[in-house]
Design a protein around this ligand. Structure first.
Ligand code: GDP
Ligand code: MN
Length: 399
């Protein structure tokens, strides 16, 4: 789960990371008022969206007057900010963060991620701040400092000092960098984060080390341990299809293709998507309905998949191990009678009681296209989708 920059900053500041003074606003007037409260004569107005790259997209504006703040806000509120991380549809701006501007002397990149190969938290840093890490690794790979943390002992001060030295931090500022690294690591591990990124971490003209930007992502599966973090969820920043699914306890990821997928088990769902691609189609979603595919869950899944207007065929792939195909078939029939499904449905059932399941499907009289193997199912789904396309084209031509 992602959180906003201002939320990440508040969290990190609780762990000793220094951030600029700032305040949140929901309107241009409030933003100007917040700036007056903060004092000073230069401020930065920052669109709060769950994406980076805001600076280049007009989502971060340096202002030196009340008027400039209002103007910056007018250009943000109610708009969608499109950055290279949001996708073409962009993300809505409903909150801005107003901060006292910081005089930047040097910019650094700092990130903490889970490194799967070493199974440790990895600290990634570079003296080439201000650029995205992808750019840094493409253009200045040698500037990247990597260091993994031994979980049993946590981040050691000497290790943090080593990172600071490798970044070329002057001796007088090392202790501040160590405090920042320690704060980020403690926030990461204590709050079950999967990513902490400060880009840029800056050194100011008056020798302070400040997190100018902050991004945090949390592990969904650990949110139950951190109610104060789950409260920070902002559905306006999520794919509406995915929020709906999460609210219904289904694990769904929206994709760009046209073949909807309803599958039990994450691995089988991945294999189903691969097979659809192999057969020349493209999946509209990843969806794992879980092990106990009850009629209610199957119906919920159909509603969710059909709410995506791009879906032109639905592939149901159920492997019944603990489950039973006859139950799943009954669920399928019930769901198709309940939910309006006006695209071809392809079903592949395998496992326990498969014959009984097939009998239920044929007896139902529903136009379900059946398949014996996953490859067959994928091929039929692709054919059904292509036929549907030609029909749609034909109908448009007639009109
Ligand atoms: P991002 O583009 O979404 O990563 O947003 P950032 O918070 O990183 O801001 C983008 C850029 O705006 C930064 O890299 C800085 O160069 C600049 N910026 C942000 N805050 C300040 C500030 O307080 N002072 C100055 N001088 N520049 C700032
Ligand atoms: Mn940034």
């Amino acid at each position: 789960m992602d959180v906003h920059e201002y939320q990440a900053k508040e969290i990190l500041s609780g762990f000793g990371v220094e951030v600029p003074p700032g305040a949140l606003a929901y309107s241009p007037e409030q933003a100007a008022y917040r700036a007056r409260e903060l004092g000073g004569d230069k401020w930065v107005v920052k669109a709060q969206v769950h994406a980076g790259g805001r600076g280049k997209a007009g989502g971060v504006k340096l202002c030196d007057s009340d008027h400039a703040i209002q103007e910056a806000c007018e250009s943000m509120f109610g708009r969608k900010l499109v950055t290279h991380q949001t996708g073409p549809e962009g993300k809505g701006i409903y909150r801005v963060y107003v901060e006292a501007a910081v005089p930047i002397e040097r910019e650094f990149y700092l990130g903490l991620v889970m490194d799967r190969s070493s199974q440790r938290v990895m600290i990634v840093a570079s003296a080439e701040g201000g650029m995205e890490i992808e750019e840094i690794s493409a253009e200045k790979p040698d500037s990247i400092v990597r260091s993994t943390v031994e979980p049993a002992v946590g981040l050691q001060d000497f290790q943090a000092r080593e990172i600071a030295f490798e970044l070329g931090i002057e001796p007088g500022l090392v202790s501040q960098v160590v405090r920042t690294l320690q704060g980020c690591y403690r926030a990461f591990s204590e709050l079950d984060a999967t990513m902490v990124e400060i880009n840029p971490l800056v050194v100011t003209g008056d020798d302070r080390v400040i997190a100018l930007d902050a991004k945090m992502t949390f592990d969904y599966n650990a949110l139950f341990r951190h109610p104060q973090i789950s409260e920070l969820r902002d559905k306006s920043q999520e794919d509406p299809r995915e929020s709906r699914a999460a609210d219904r306890g289904l694990s769904y990821v929206g994709l760009d293709g046209n073949i909807g997928c309803i599958v039990n088990g994450a691995g089988l769902a991945m294999a189903t998507m691969d097979t659809i691609m192999l057969a020349g189609g493209a999946p509209a979603n990843f969806l794992d309905i879980g092990g106990g595919a009850t009629p209610e869950r199957v119906a919920k899944a159909f509603r969710l998949v059909m709410s995506d207007k791009n879906v032109q065929a639905v592939l149901v792939n159920i492997f019944a191990g603990i489950n039973r195909c006859d139950w799943v078939a009954e669920g399928l029939v019930q769901a198709l009678n309940e939910v309006q499904v006006d695209v071809p449905v392809i079903a592949r059932l395998a496992g326990t009681n498969v014959e009984e399941g097939q009998r239920i499907l044929s007896k139902s009289g529903l136009p379900i296209i059946r398949a014996g193997t996953l490859m067959e199912a994928a091929e039929r789904a692709v054919v059904a989708w292509q036929n549907d396309l030609t029909q749609a084209t034909r109908m448009r031509a007639v009109k």
